[in-house]
Design a protein around this ligand. Structure first.
Ligand SMILES: Nc1ncnc2c1ncn2[C@@H]1O[C@H](COP(=O)(O)OP(=O)(O)OP(=O)(O)O)[C@@H](O)[C@H]1O
Length: 443
């Protein structure tokens, strides 16, 4: 019976039409169509993932035809067809990720197909093209035809994140959960308005459960007046909104790290977060405000020294850095090499992308400079296994969501940071002072 249902429905609709078409029937059919189209539209908007799965086959079929249609034009435009059109050997995969295998004509190199990627991307109007060799003869063009990351989604706080080494922050272009390893010090680079705030808060939200339990202590540094960090101050065990407090806080952490390093020496090789020995996560909203733009040279120098110490010696004993910044140049972050994990949001140009993610990521398709302004929170990351760069998007944390999470998951540990110590090395004169009385006596 169930199998016959579609046929029965067609009969029920078609017979009255054939027998006696009337205004009532026309109206009923139009209304029915409107209901069906609206339902499909609602499904597509509210459940994009299940809608994508359900419609993947027809879409794949349509995109295969599109690829075959545009390929001769793209090959001609890029000069790939001078000695004959390179053969499209297969188009595999399912919407939104498809793989086009091409057999290059003799004398062609993979670099020429790399360069043709953007032309194919614009010809098809798709999200991304990445080029990879297959065996010794063929080239595979990985096409991302639909963009699962276009629609924003909300960041959610997790009460149950048990595995602190892998924080759920958002989604990847493959429709999976974007997980960020916590342990390597992380640099989040992006131009103004690129969505550094959403990455910052997605990390804080992912740690919220552990913060409430006391296994993680967050330290917030925000020298842009505290606009970001103070929004969720209840999550932080220390906050600093001016350079002096920030340096005092960092130097206090250096002291805690040294004590822990001494206690662990010869006994423990890696730290396990617990309420007795919590993980300290330092979150800095704009690193350059502390290390490059500060007018107070002495504080700048001390901040740099403390960051270098914590980054180079703190990881094994439970001190982790997450730093956001707009300008990724080396002069702005002297300790850049110590940040072993980077997240590249929208950046100004290809050179900035290479600076943040490395030259190899840029050649495997990371294009932070091509992220458009209408998708803030979108970034490229290089997976831990060193595979091709992955496009990801962090969830959006509204002001209300930040305040709400901060209240629900407030920390019960507030550290007292000793006031900024006077730096003796600054007061001490560099050369011994001349003995002026002796000079006078001699004269
Ligand atoms: N993941 C996201 N999804 C949707 N919208 C977002 C997301 N992240 C940020 N936005 C929007 O983009 C705007 C800019 O984001 P945000 O303030 O986080 O950028 P920023 O990189 O921190 O900028 P700045 O360096 O100037 O502070 C926000 O007002 C917000 O509306």
């Amino acid at each position: 019976m169930t199998r016959k249902q579609p046929g029965v429905i067609v009969l029920v609709v078609a017979v009255p039409w054939l027998v006696r078409p009337s205004a009532v029937l026309v109206a009923a059919t139009v209304a029915g169509l409107v209901v069906v189209i609206t339902a499909i539209r609602c499904w597509a908007l509210t459940r994009p993932v299940s809608f994508g799965h359900a419609t993947a086959l027809p879409r794949t079929w349509w995109w295969r035809r599109q690829v075959r249609e545009v390929w001769p034009d793209v090959a001609a435009a890029r000069g790939l067809d001078v000695h004959g059109l390179p053969e499209l050997r297969s188009i595999a995969g399912l919407w939104p990720h498809m793989r086009v295998t091409v057999r290059p004509v003799r004398g062609q190199m993979i670099e020429e197909y790399d360069a043709a990627g953007p032309a194919l991307q614009t010809a098809l109007g798709i999200a991304r093209v990445r080029c990879e060799p297959r065996g010794f003869r063929d080239v595979v063009l990985h096409l991302t035809v639909g963009d699962d990351l276009r629609r924003p989604f909300a960041a959610t706080a997790r009460a149950d994140v048990l595995d602190l080494s892998s924080l759920p922050l958002g989604r990847t272009e493959r429709g999976e959960t974007w997980r960020l390893p916590l342990g390597p010090h992380t640099l989040v680079a992006g131009s103004s308005g690129s969505g550094k705030g959403s990455v910052f808060w997605s990390i804080a939200f992912a740690l919220a459960g552990a913060v409430r339990e006391g296994r993680v202590l967050l330290h917030g540094i925000d020298l842009k007046g505290g606009m970001e960090v103070l929004m969720g101050r209840e999550l932080f065990s220390t906050t600093a909104t001016d350079a002096g407090t920030a340096v005092a806080s960092l130097e206090h952490l250096v002291t805690l790290m040294r004590e822990r390093n001494l206690a662990y020496a010869g006994k423990v090789r890696s730290h396990r977060p617990s309420t007795a020995e919590p993980l300290h996560v330092v979150m800095i909203d704009e690193l350059a405000a502390l290390t490059a733009y500060s007018t107070e040279r002495d504080l700048q120098r001390r901040a740099e020294a403390a960051i270098n110490l914590l980054c180079s010696q703190g990881r094994a004993t439970g001190f982790v850095f997450i730093a956001c910044l707009q300008d990724p140049r080396k002069e702005v972050i002297p300790s850049r090499g110590l940040f072993t994990q980077t997240i590249g949001l929208r950046l100004k140009d290809a050179s900035e992308t290479a600076m943040v993610l490395g030259d190899s990521a840029a050649t495997t398709g990371a294009a932070c400079h091509r992220i458009t302004r209408d998708v803030p929170g979108t970034a490229y990351v290089v997976p831990e296994d060193g595979g091709p760069a992955l496009r990801v998007r962090a969830g959006y944390a509204s002001d209300d969501a930040i305040r709400n999470v901060a209240q629900r998951f407030a920390t019960s540990t507030h550290l007292d940071v000793p006031p900024l110590a006077v730096d003796d090395s600054v007061r001490r004169p560099r050369r011994p002072a001349r003995d002026t009385t002796a000079d006078q006596e001699a004269s």
